[in-house]
Design a protein around this ligand. Structure first.
Ligand code: SF4
Ligand code: SF4
Length: 446
């Protein structure tokens, strides 16, 4: 019986980890659909930023209540999962609490896991109430209807169940140790300390050892299977940020936020125009014969860079960006959170085509118009508030700018006000409709 359980555990472990690796490979492949971008500079500064923002959650705590709760859930969940190491060893070798050889330190570990499990449980319940019962504007937006809302709730339920299973597993284990049940009881006395789960003991009062073992084993199995399921659910959920927040912050922009990047293709064109000796018909050195000329801006995910696609997968859908966005606040259609969600949806759509057909085949859709509307793009004031607010270093503005560049430079489809200003710049060297020689008219006496 024991050996069957060990074999089943091994199968579940290999399947769970195998599926996870498959998903990670798909994720990396999808991100690589974007253009390469070099963010390997200033490694020390990047590590420091990652430690501060992703690990230290420095931006999360700018909203103290949700930030504090998030830190508890995050720290608790990560630390409690150290217990998984012991569960895996016990599951593979049929041992009982293998790490108990650490003696008093083990007791401290188990006791702190229990306290953290209770705090995580409380934190998750408060999150559920905030999300479902309090009318917080950023959780009511249209882009959060349907799957995004359900996804957020599923994870909360999931964490609640995992924490309860953990405590039930410990409580029944403790009771079995007290009863001196074979395999559970140790000659060295009680292994582990159970400051929280001991309060559950009255529930199991009067139960036989056989019943307790069934409950303990059920909680143990469901706990570890739940964790393996959670690991694989991540890919389909906004909770991918648990893993991606770290590389995302590491590869985020270090330069001042207000500094826009110049398109190399435009820089080359301008240099060509300003160089009297340049041969306008000479192809750039890196342009191969017959190659498509480089596109200006972005109309689809292939035109975005890999960090922008990584951004889309990292988005936690928290809506802090949208809550700070002046365009959204004044009733415009723009929501930077939706920009990120749409980008991820489109990459996923492309990825799904590759999964089924082996390569991307045009399905007649693109990011522009089919996911993100022009009205949304032009509502942006380029204020950078969304970038500043994002707790995981996402830059929705960079996607908006690249898509606007496409509209202006590839489609000449700027809004009328902008088109007039640009024509004026072209003709008069200034955005106003006056001749250059009339510029100082305002200073003339009447
Ligand atoms: S940069 Fe654009 S999208 Fe971001 S907050 Fe400002 S207006 Fe909103
Ligand atoms: S872009 Fe950042 S702030 Fe906006 S919803 Fe995503 S994680 Fe939250």
């Amino acid at each position: 019986m024991q050996i069957i359980a060990q074999v089943l555990f091994l199968v579940a472990l290999v399947a769970g980890i195998g599926f996870f690796i498959r998903n990670i490979r798909r994720l990396v492949r999808n991100i690589k659909l974007g253009k390469e971008v070099d963010r390997t500079d200033n490694k020390g500064e990047r590590f420091a930023k990652m430690a501060r923002i992703a690990f230290g959650q420095s931006k999360m705590v700018k909203k103290p209540v949700s930030g504090f709760l998030h830190v508890i859930v995050y720290v608790g969940f990560v630390i409690i999962n150290i217990e998984v190491l012991e569960i895996i060893i016990d599951g593979l070798f049929g041992t009982h609490r293998i790490l108990s050889f650490m003696g008093g330190f083990y007791d401290v570990l188990i006791a702190s896991f229990e306290v953290l499990a209770l705090l995580v449980l409380i934190g998750v319940i408060v999150f559920w109430i905030r999300r479902n019962l309090l009318n917080i504007y950023r959780f009511l937006s249209r882009e959060l209807k349907g799957w995004p809302k359900n996804d957020a709730n599923y994870i909360l339920y999931f964490e609640m169940v995992l924490m309860v299973l953990f405590l039930v597993m410990n409580a029944t284990d403790y009771q079995l140790q007290l009863n001196g049940a074979p395999h559970y009881a140790s000659e060295a006395g009680i292994t582990g300390a159970f400051p929280i789960s001991q309060f559950l003991l009255p529930i199991f009062d009067g139960m036989s050892n056989a019943t307790l073992i069934i409950i303990e084993r059920a909680a143990w199995w469901l706990h570890i299977l739940g964790i393996l399921f959670f690991l694989n659910y991540l890919y389909y959920s906004k909770h991918l940020h648990i893993l991606l927040a770290f590389p995302n912050v590491y590869f985020s922009k270090l330069r001042p936020q207000g500094e826009m990047n110049n398109l190399q293709s435009v820089t080359d064109e301008v240099k060509l125009m300003m160089d009297p000796d340049a041969d306008p018909f000479a192809a750039p050195a890196e342009e191969e014969e017959g190659a498509e000329p480089e596109k200006f801006g972005a109309s689809d995910v292939f035109d975005l860079n890999q960090v922008q696609l990584l951004n889309s997968y990292t988005c936690t859908e928290c809506g802090r960006c949208t809550a700070e966005c002046p365009a959204n606040q004044t009733g415009k259609k723009l929501s930077p959170r939706k920009i990120m969600m749409d980008t991820r949806d489109r990459v996923e759509e492309v990825g799904e085509i590759i999964n089924t057909k082996g390569k991307y085949e045009d399905n007649g859709k693109q990011l522009l118009d089919d996911f993100i509307l022009r009205e949304e793009l032009w509502a942006c004031t380029t204020c950078n508030a969304c970038v500043e607010a994002c707790p995981v270093g996402i830059d929705p503005l960079s996607i908006i700018l690249d898509m606007r560049r496409y509209l202006v430079m590839e489609e000449s489809a700027a809004p009328n006000e902008l088109a007039i200003a640009m024509t004026n710049i072209e003709n008069n060297g200034a955005p106003w409709p006056y001749n250059q020689q009339d510029r100082l008219n305002w200073a003339k006496e009447n």
